[in-house]
Design a protein around this ligand. Structure first.
Ligand code: PNS
Length: 162
């Protein structure tokens, strides 16, 4: 398959929320094949174990052209090894996101000019969501129904012993 028809959507997804789901919905419409790739950001200790984050993505995914795959190491060699020529990242309307994303894009481009980064926005009503805020709400036993689909909420609750 042409690598430009295969996209990787990477992230920690700790946990996956409606902002990510908007982006995977658009990505699955735009590309023939999508690899929804879960990595670990070395700068952050995750709240949920990798296998639980994988399970939450499985519960959230409704697209037949999306495969869920954990990865470790660098993203660009992973993308190349899977025949993907596109990395999808989501941007919110906060400058913090832009600076972090832009730096990562430039480093990734330096690693290979055969892998292109494309930014996709979440829907406007989900723009403000981030996993850090969701984790804070979960830790404090607050309602997260605005942010997580029911299947993911139930799984997170079972992990947190609620
Ligand atoms: O949820 P995040 O923090 O946006 O996910 C970040 C992740 C895991 C996609 C990112 O940290 C990543 O790509 N890690 C792999 C290492 C890498 O390739 N870094 C970029 C070049 S230094």
């Amino acid at each position: 398959m042409n690598p430009n028809r295969v996209a990787v959507f990477p992230g920690s997804f700790d946990p996956v929320h409606f902002g990510h789901i908007d982006v995977i919905d658009s990505t699955s419409q735009l590309f023939e094949k999508v690899i929804w790739a879960i990595g670990t950001n070395q700068a952050k200790a995750p709240m949920f174990k990798l296998e639980d984050r994988v399970e939450m993505l499985r519960r959230a995914n409704v697209h037949s052209n999306v495969v869920i795959t954990p990865f470790s190491g660098l993203l660009v060699p992973f993308a190349l090894s899977r025949g993907a020529g596109v990395i999808i990242r989501s941007l919110r309307m906060v400058s913090m996101d832009f600076e972090y994303e832009f730096q990562m894009t430039l480093i990734n481009r330096h690693l290979s000019d055969r892998v292109h980064t494309v930014y996709l926005p979440a829907r406007q009503e989900h723009m403000h969501i981030n996993s850090t805020a969701v984790r804070e709400l979960l830790r404090n036993n607050e309602d997260v129904s605005e942010y997580l689909p029911e299947s993911v909420r139930d799984y997170a609750a079972s992990i947190l012993g609620r």
